[in-house]
Design a protein around this ligand. Structure first.
Ligand SMILES: NC(=O)c1ccc[n+]([C@@H]2O[C@H](COP(=O)([O-])OP(=O)(O)OC[C@H]3O[C@@H](n4cnc5c(N)ncnc54)[C@H](OP(=O)(O)O)[C@@H]3O)[C@@H](O)[C@H]2O)c1
Length: 238
């Protein structure tokens, strides 16, 4: 019997993370999920229970992956993070967003690094957002005045993109690629008005993309699962 490749997905209790864990199992992976709330047992799944912003969760994940190579790590756990106007910004919200979107993925990658390297050819996906694109936001491509995305979300997802670039450069020597991924405008708790893609469809597309990836390509990439974002077929601008 073929050995299933092993993936880790954070924030897999709902939305895109839950759909992605299901789609990966259906495609022949075994999945370790990281969730704040305990999830019922399910075939081909190992559970690590914990908040991703808690260093103890990263330690538990390091222990859970110490003797199982990880071919795919998806830092998906996310939240929307506070207010969109300068005068309303709550600094505690900003700090929480930075911990969740930047510090936690860094810590989780560090915890999984030996297992990623052990797989021989691994991929880290940091779930980002089109709203993290500095180039697009500078041109007001997304009409911020109408969308009112929070300061915390825009700033910390952009910082997470820089984390993806930094990790890609450092981990290329270990044959680990790192992508930032915009999953689409999803009909999840986090989704905005006008969201029109189910997390299940996005997860199916993500699994296809992962299966087709060029293992020799270790460039940092900012990929959109929504083709409308990149009509020329390329990546999102950083
Ligand atoms: N929805 C969209 O249109 C959209 C667009 C662009 C990017 N994204 C990104 O896609 C990712 C998934 O979002 P979603 O739309 O699927 O939202 P969602 O349905 O709200 O799911 C978010 C997941 O993250 C988990 N989570 C949040 N904070 C956590 C923490 N501190 N520790 C552990 N788990 C935590 C949640 O767990 P609980 O159930 O315990 O809260 C839940 O499982 C996020 O990174 C988001 O920024 C979404």
């Amino acid at each position: 019997m073929a050995i299933r490749p092993h993936a880790v997905v954070t924030g897999a209790s709902a939305g895109f993370g839950l759909a992605l864990a299901d789609a990966l199992v259906a495609a022949g992976w075994r999945v370790t999920t990281v969730c704040r709330t305990p999830q019922p047992p399910a075939p081909q799944r190992t559970r690590v229970v914990g908040d991703v912003t808690d260093p103890a969760t990263a330690r538990a994940l390091a222990a859970a992956t110490s003797d199982i190579p990880v071919a795919l790590l998806v830092n998906n756990a996310g939240m929307s993070g506070g207010r969109a106007q300068l005068g309303e910004v709550d600094i505690a919200d900003m700090d929480a967003s930075f911990q969740l979107n930047v510090v936690a993925p860094l810590r989780i990658v560090r915890a999984c690094r030996p297992a990623l390297a052990a797989s021989g050819s691994a991929l880290v996906i940091n779930v980002s957002s089109r709203l993290a694109s500095m180039a697009r936001q500078a041109a007001d491509h997304y009409h911020q005045a109408e969308r009112r995305t929070s300061y915390g979300y825009r700033i910390t997802k952009a910082a997470q993109n820089m984390l993806s670039i930094a990790l890609a450069h450092e981990l290329a020597g270990e044959n680990v690629a790192v992508w930032a991924l915009h999953p689409g405008r999803l009909t999840t708790r986090l989704g905005m008005a006008g969201a029109d893609m189910s997390p299940e469809d996005a997860a199916t597309d993500a699994v296809r993309l992962i299966a087709r990836r060029d293992h020799a390509d270790l460039r940092p990439r900012f990929i959109s699962l929504d083709p409308r974002e990149c009509p020329d077929g390329g990546d999102l601008p950083w």
